[in-house]
Design a binder for this molecule. Structure first.
Ligand code: HEM
Length: 116
């Protein structure tokens, strides 16, 4: 049996027993990137949308709507720098910082000219 490594689905709920990383799409589109902010996969199930909503709410006054394609695509480079360096999200909880695979997914999307 082949394994499912080739799967491109990024945001399906995974079984809680799974110790492995979720499958990451090789050609991410906006829905995959939006999910990084709206429902960060590296956080516990019950926290994801709460934390994501908080991030989105907090950045809105800075003219960065993390749930809107035009904002995220036009500011992709500076967002990338912020998540890569760990400067953002600003939090004392280091588990909320973007893990390398999430940063890499964002970079792939950016390098592909932010497909919608
Ligand atoms: C273009 C990239 C970004 C810029 C220029 C930016 C800028 C800022 C600034 C100026 C602040 C307020 C400074 C402070 O409270 O110390 C802030 C706070 C914050 N940012 Fe960002 N940010 C960016 C991306 C992000 C991203 C991608 C996230 C989430 C994934 C995020 C989440 C937050 C949070 C949670 C706060 C804390 C707000 C608070 O505690 O009141 N930011 N950001």
């Amino acid at each position: 049996m082949e394994n499912s490594k080739g799967s491109v689905q990024s945001t399906l709920p995974t079984e809680s027993s799974g110790a492995s990383a979720p499958p990451l799409p090789t050609n991410p589109t906006w829905k995959d990137i939006a999910a990084l902010f709206q429902s960060p996969f590296w956080l516990p199930d019950g926290d994801r949308t709460i934390v994501g909503s908080y991030w989105i709410l907090k950045m809105r006054p800075y003219n960065l709507n993390l749930d809107q394609y035009p904002d995220v695509s036009t500011q992709a480079k500076v967002i990338y720098d912020a998540i890569y360096s760990g400067d953002m999200p600003r939090t004392y909880d280091s588990t909320e910082k973007f893990p390398p695979e999430a940063v890499a997914l964002f970079k792939t999307w950016m390098d592909n000219n932010c497909p919608e």
